[in-house]
Structures are given as structure tokens and as C-alpha cells.
Design a protein around this ligand. Structure first.
Ligand SMILES: C[S@@+](CC[C@H](N)C(=O)[O-])C[C@H]1O[C@@H](n2cnc3c(N)ncnc32)[C@H](O)[C@@H]1O
Length: 245
């Protein structure tokens, strides 16, 4: 449920922003330097960031001349985003809401929709994709990244597959020192692809960036992104889709 996800983000936003070290700009996650050109040409475009969190991606796009709107569940995350936008002297319209319901935006309001690392907290991806399709103009682009579903079922220490890829849906992670548990959702790659197609998108590119050289990686936070495992299994899935014209 969205309420559980919101509660967890309100409780952990400050810690997350202090520890995750997300930099302002276009980043799809590890490897951090993967294809910064995907959203290079956004000058004067109306951009919607879905689940903008601390605002780093949207602020990066605003610096490239885009008119950015960011929506997120968490007031704490949005407070961080507003402070960061002021520090970078850019205007971004931040609003609080659930990305499964974008009724606050009219049809065909945006040229581009994007996000990084959000859909693992969203149950109903089909609803997000349908709503995103509605608010995009014909031929509008939808670019996002998410943890690679296969990486998420491998234990980072033992490198053993500990969960079933087919066991999709809700799972709960106990958060040490936090009163609420973290509720997340597993999705299969085929589910992501099929839901995009059903919502009216052409999927133009799937990216699984990485290399088999473990020395090329830096350790990610919280012990789950290890160079050893990332050099064996793709840890991020990046999707480029386009609303059918
Ligand atoms: C990892 S952060 C996004 C990355 C961002 N660059 C950051 O560092 O904060 C994930 C964000 O998704 C938001 N989120 C999760 N589910 C959401 C939903 N259904 N609607 C809106 N935002 C959601 C969370 O509140 C959180 O701020």
C-alpha cells in the first residue's frame, strides 16, 4: 500500500539523503557514469519527474533548460528537493502526490517523463504507465531506471539466488532503528515491458549497463551493490519508451 511506502520515506528521508550521496544530474545508478546523454536534449521541454525524491535528477534537467515538475509521496523528500533547487538557483515545481494517480495534471501536458530508482516501491506499475501515457504529448519520451529484477533476488554476500524471480509483488524489509518496515515490490522484466506496451508506449531501448571487470565498480551504499556481484549480474535496468504518436 502506498501509505506504508509513504510512512517509510517520511521516516528515513533525512538518513537516505545523508547516506546515499546522490549527486545532482542525470544518473541512472550504478555504474554512475552510464550514458548521461539519454536526456541530453531537454532544453525548453516540459518534464515530469515521477517520484522525484530529493530532486537531484529534475534539478539536473532544469540546469539543462527544461521546465521541470517533480511529484513525490514524501513531504520530507520534497523539503530536501526544494532546498537543493534553491541552492542550485533553479525553479522546479515540486508537488506532493502518488504517481499512480496523476489527475492533478491535464492530458498531454508534458514532453518527457522520467525517474530513477522508484518503481521498486510501486505496486501498480500498470496504473503509473497509463497515467504517464495520458499526461505525455504524442511522441513524448518516458525514460526510467529501476533495480534490475534479477539482481534483487541474489544475495550480495553469498552471491546465491535466494528468492524466486517468479515470486513478484509485495515484500517487507525490516529497517533497523526505524519504527516502520520498508514495503517494496518485485516486478519481472516482462511485466514492465508488457505494461508499457499495454499503456500505449513503444519500448525503444532496454539497457543493462555493466562490465565483467569488478575493478570498474565502486561499492554502492548499504552493502547491496558490491563490485563482485555487479560485475556478474546487471544491477540496473534502464528503459527508453515513447508514447505512440
Ligand atoms: C530512491 S528515491 C528517488 C531517487 C531520488 N533521486 C532521491 O535520491 O531521492 C524514491 C522516491 O520514490 C518516491 N515514491 C515511491 N513510491 C511513490 C509513489 N507511489 N508516488 C510518488 N512517489 C513515490 C519515494 O517517496 C522516494 O522519494
Amino acid at each position: 500500500m502506498t501509505r506504508e511506502v509513504k510512512q517509510w520515506w517520511e521516516a528515513t528521508a533525512e538518513y537516505f539523503q545523508a547516506e546515499s550521496d546522490v549527486t545532482v544530474g542525470v544518473h541512472w545508478n550504478w555504474p554512475n557514469d552510464f550514458d548521461p546523454q539519454i536526456l541530453a536534449d531537454v532544453e525548453s521541454c516540459d518534464v515530469l519527474e515521477l517520484g522525484c525524491g530529493g530532486g537531484q535528477l529534475g534539478i539536473g534537467l532544469a540546469k539543462r533548460g527544461a521546465n521541470v515538475t517533480g511529484i513525490d509521496l514524501s513531504a520530507e523528500q520534497l523539503a530536501h528537493a526544494r532546498t537543493l533547487a534553491a541552492e542550485h538557483d533553479v525553479d522546479v515545481a515540486f508537488c506532493q502526490g502518488d504517481i499512480t494517480d496523476l489527475r492533478m495534471f491535464e492530458d498531454e501536458r508534458f514532453d518527457v517523463a522520467c525517474n530513477a530508482w522508484v518503481f521498486q516501491w510501486v505496486d501498480d506499475l500498470a496504473a503509473v504507465f497509463e497515467e504517464t501515457n495520458r499526461v505525455l504529448r504524442p511522441d513524448g519520451r518516458f525514460v526510467f531506471s529501476m533495480p534490475h529484477p534479477y539482481y534483487e533476488i541474489v544475495d550480495a554476500d553469498s552471491q546465491v539466488v535466494t528468492e524466486s524471480y517468479f515470486d513478484t509483488g509485495r515484500y517487507v524489509i525490516e529497517s533497523e532503528g526505524v519504527a516502520v518496515d520498508q514495503v517494496m515490490y518485485r516486478h519481472k522484466v516482462s511485466e514492465v515491458y508488457n505494461d508499457l506496451v499495454d499503456a500505449g508506449f513503444d519500448v525503444e531501448r532496454l539497457h543493462e549497463p555493466g562490465t565483467d571487470d569488478s575493478d570498474a565498480y565502486e561499492e554502492g551504499p548499504w552493502g547491496t551493490r558490491t563490485p563482485e556481484l555487479m560485475s556478474k549480474v546487471p544491477n540496473v535496468l534502464v528503459v527508453e519508451a515513447r508514447k505512440q504518436g
